[in-house]
Structures are given as C-alpha cells and as structure tokens.
Ligand binder design. Structure first.
Ligand SMILES: C/C(=C\CNc1ncnc2c1ncn2[C@@H]1O[C@H](COP(=O)(O)O)[C@@H](O)[C@H]1O)CO
Length: 234
C-alpha cells in the first residue's frame, strides 16, 4: 500500500494538487497571515475607497490627493486598494503629507500592479481576505466617487456595522452631488418600501470637502450600531 509520505516525496508529475480546494485554503490562510503580520503595527488608519478610473488632474483625483494629505498630516495612515485613479490619488496625498501610504492590491485579469505612491504594499488573490484588512486595520472609511468596486466596499462596510459584525465606525461619503441621488433612492425607495430602517441612513455621512471628511472620520460622532431592521423597540 502506498503511504502518504511516500506519495508526497515521490510526486514528480504535474502539480494537480495545487489546483485543489484544500490547497487553496492554505493560500487563503497565508493571505490572512501576511496581511495581519504586515498591518498589525500600523497605528491609526483610515481606508479610502474610490474609482480606479479617475485621471490625474481631474477634480475627483485632486479630492483624493487632498484626503490622503490631510489624513497623513493628522498622523493617520492611508489604506487604499493600491490601484490607479482615486486610490493612487489618496496614496499620493499620504506620501506628500509625509504619512504612511498602504496599498492592498488585488489580482485582476487587467491588473496594473500597485501604484507608485504605495510604500507598504500587499497583493491579494482573494477579495474577501483583502476586504478583511480594509476593515480590521482602519478606524473609519472615506468613500470617494466610484463605480461598482467602490459601491461594493461601501455597502459591505454598511452591512458590517448594521449587523453589528464590527464595532460602529464612521463611513464618510465625499461629494454631495455624486452621492445625493443614491441617498435619495435609499430614502425614497429602500426606506419607503421598508427594505432598510431610516436609522440605517445614520450609518453614513455625506460631505463636500476633504477637510470635513477627514474631520468627521477622525472626530465625528459615531452612532451606536443599529438593530438590523425596525422590529426592535427604539
Ligand atoms: C479598472 C482598472 C484597474 C482596476 N484596478 C484595481 N486595483 C485595485 N483595486 C481595485 C481596482 N479596481 C477596483 N478596485 C477596488 O474597487 C474600488 C474601485 O472600483 P470602481 O469600480 O472603479 O469604483 C477601489 O476602492 C478598489 O479597492 C483600470 O483603470
């Protein structure tokens, strides 16, 4: 009978095993270990989300630079997805403000690598491992205008607070004109149809200047986590 040790030591053929789920579990585990190891001494930090597509010189890009710079000047590390656009802008601001600039990159088919303003970079294969780092090592989120990726990160943060999976933390949306229609839809449709509690809107705050965003995320009132719905007494 062939023994496990023997099979392990004898294996010379194509590495089928590394494409199996148990092997993937090891890789997933290693992403958590690497992330926790790299970030556990980061100190105070804020995660900044926003479009991968904003161009240097655009208003949204400049907004990201300003946010990163102000966070850095307040002594707070900036964590982004490490990609282009508003992520790059926030990392750039962090460097220009002499702060700590963190990029949590993700393997994508159209990957461009970490932006040049990332000082502390980690690359992830798995979105869920990377998302854990955004939440675990940040005291708040600032969300710049963005698309599906940004919305995914925003709503995940809101759900984590709403369901009390994480201690409540500030989630600040920057750009009232951009976010206004979404807030109106949440109020006029989701709240009106009973899909979310009106109180859940308190999970987010919308502001128009990087200064306000940084102030709120660092010093703003953080509400107590809501119950998940309207069923419980106020
Ligand atoms: C689209 C392009 C490159 C994508 N590269 C990314 N690198 C790192 N992180 C990304 C990337 N794309 C999305 N993300 C994450 O989602 C948010 C931005 O997504 P959106 O759909 O652009 O709003 C961002 O916060 C990242 O965490 C080539 O231009």
């Amino acid at each position: 009978m062939e023994m496990s040790d023997q099979r392990l030591l004898d294996t010379k053929g194509p590495g089928h095993f590394i494409h199996t789920d148990p092997w993937r579990v090891m890789r997933i585990q290693s992403e958590f270990v690497e992330g926790f190891g790299a970030l556990s001494d980061l100190g105070q930090a804020v995660s900044v989300f926003g479009s991968a597509r904003t161009k240097p010189g655009s208003a949204y890009y400049d907004m990201g630079v300003e946010v990163g710079r102000k966070l850095a000047e307040a002594g707070v590390a900036v964590i982004t997805g490490g990609g282009p656009g508003s992520m790059e802008a926030a990392n750039r601001g962090a460097v220009e403000g002499n702060g700590v600039s963190v990029g949590l990159g993700i393997e994508l088919p159209f990957e461009q690598g970490l932006n040049q303003w990332v000082d502390l970079g980690i690359n992830f294969r798995y979105f869920f491992a990377r998302k854990t780092m955004f939440v675990k090592y940040a005291q708040g989120f600032i969300v710049l205008p963005g698309g599906l990726g940004t919305l995914d990160e925003l709503f995940e943060a809101m759900v984590l607070v709403q369901t009390q999976k994480v201690t409540s933390f500030p989630i600040v949306l920057l750009g009232a004109a951009f976010w206004g229609p979404m807030i109106e839809w949440i109020t006029g449709t989701l709240v009106a149809e009973g899909m979310v509690s009106a109180k859940d809107l308190d999970l987010i705050q919308v502001v128009d200047s990087p200064e306000e965003a940084v102030n709120l995320v660092l010093h703003g009132h953080v509400r107590a986590p809501s119950t998940n719905g309207d069923q419980r007494p106020e």
